[in-house]
Design a protein around this ligand. Structure first.
Ligand SMILES: NC(=O)N[C@@H](CC(=O)O)C(=O)O
Ligand SMILES: [Zn+2]
Ligand SMILES: [Zn+2]
Length: 432
């Protein structure tokens, strides 16, 4: 592979530096780096971030290749600045065996757009009855460390306890979709004054908070790691904050859409805004932003959830839950967190690269992610132009699905290029 010289990039938003890449590795960093045979990229005005890592992506393969494939989803990931994604287990068949997780992992390698780290199901078929073969998935070529029944909650406390005990042996983590099922039967949107007015069954905050509270206590009891998926309420933030003050082994994520959108959007009954957990109140959004800024919430995770047109182009009640996220994540975070002064670019690198890689335990081994931009580290890099504004156009997406909630919205920032171990996996016109 030829060498690449990225000139004048503002590494983590700091002063301009040159980054010289050779054989997939950062070999020089500073001013005036030179190399005669290198491809030169002028990154003046661009910010360099470590390749982003998503802990929560739905790639839909196997089973729903009409909505997304590993190839299309990871192409969307590269366009969003991601170099690694954790692929959720709610596929068909469910990723509950070593065979399925190895298949997803292999498809990721073949596509080559981003590294795919499969998430293993906690229970067989996501049925919440019996534990899946967690150990075999951990020992497989896919090296699974994150386990989740995402889409549904592991609501049986005894099963949750056993799962936490099991994964402790190989430093795994249980990523919980916190939704108390009895409190959310038939739920369609955030429970509040608006759900009453619209005549839609409410999804109360306490249905999330009850599980978050239970699971931090279980994790503490077992001494094993729990991660809370898509935290959406102010009350959940308070519980996680208390748990962390006590030193309990809990981490949490927030999605870009929960940092930006509120339940008022549901008033038009447009299924694009239907998601699980539901869009919440402005007070919840404010609490989530503050918690991400102060580190109570560890990371941003996209919960990229592609659905085919027919699953969204229907009445609200019949529509599927979920929205696209990979290609817009960084722009939404810039808008909600950076442009508001809540987080600087070093903070974005932490919440979207270092911390998710650490939680998913893909920050080590042969091909690590979430590493600092430094000499000797693999060249997983994202170049961002923060000065642009783009109107979101679903038809321009690499995803096979179109269910973005941001259609027509003006968002700041463009991912100009993404590098996976020195190889360009995405670029916008004109950079090289
Ligand atoms: N977030 C969603 O609304 N949907 C996800 C499942 C999930 O993340 O719970 C999906 O798989 O479509
Ligand atoms: Zn979920
Ligand atoms: Zn999900």
């Amino acid at each position: 592979m030829t060498a690449t010289l990225i000139q004048n990039a503002r590494v983590l938003g700091g002063d301009p530096q040159d980054v010289l890449i050779d054989d997939g590795v950062i070999v020089a960093l500073g001013t005036g780096a030179a190399r005669e045979d290198a491809d030169v990229i002028d990154a003046t005005g661009l910010i360099a971030l470590p390749g982003l890592v998503d802990l929560h992506t739905h790639l839909r393969e196997p089973g729903r290749e009409d909505a997304e494939t590993v190839e299309s989803g990871t192409r969307a990931a590269a366009r969003g600045g991601f170099t690694a994604v954790h692929a959720m287990a709610n596929t068909d068949p469910v990723a509950d065996t070593a065979g399925v997780v190895e298949q997803v992992w292999r498809l990721g390698r073949e596509a080559g757009h981003a590294d795919v780290r499969p998430v293993g199901a906690v229970t067989i078929g996501l049925k919440g009855e019996r534990l899946a073969e967690l150990g075999a998935m951990a020992e497989s070529a896919a090296g699974v460390r994150v386990f989740s029944d995402d889409g549904v909650c592991v609501h049986d406390a005894q099963l949750m306890r056993r799962a936490l005990e099991y994964v402790k042996a190989f430093d795994g983590v249980i990523a919980q979709h916190a939704q108390e099922p009895r409190l959310t039967e038939g739920a369609q949107m955030n429970e509040g004054e608006l759900s009453g007015r619209l005549g839609l069954r409410g999804w109360p905050s306490v249905a999330e908070e009850a599980i978050v509270a239970r699971d931090v206590m279980l994790a503490a009891h077992v001494g094993s790691r729990v991660h809370i998926c898509h935290l959406s309420t102010r009350g959940s933030v308070e519980i996680v904050r208390l748990a962390k003050e006590r030193g309990l082994p809990v981490t949490a994520e927030v999605t870009p859409h929960h940092l930006l959108l509120t339940d008022e959007l549901v008033a038009g009954y447009d299924p694009r805004y239907k998601v699980n957990p539901p869009l919440r109140s402005a007070a919840d959004v404010a609490a989530l932003r503050e918690a991400l800024a102060d580190g109570t919430i560890d990371i941003v995770a996209t919960d990229h959830a592609p659905h085919p047109v027919e699953a969204k182009d229907c009445e609200w009640d019949a529509a599927a839950f979920g929205m696209l996220g990979l290609e817009t994540a960084l722009s939404v975070v810039q808008h909600a967190m950076v442009d508001t002064g809540l987080l600087d670019w070093a903070g974005v690198a932490d919440r979207m690269s270092y911390a998710p890689a650490r939680i998913g335990r893909c920050d080590g081994g042969d091909q690590p992610h979430g590493r600092p931009i430094a000499v000797g580290e693999p060249a997983n890099l994202t170049l961002v132009d923060p000065t642009t504004t783009t109107t979101v156009d679903p038809s321009a997406s690499a995803s096979l699905s179109r269910n973005t909630p941001y259609e027509g919205m003006k968002l700041p920032g463009t991912v100009v290029a993404t590098f996976l171990r020195g190889r360009m996996t995405h670029q916008t016109g004109g950079i090289a």
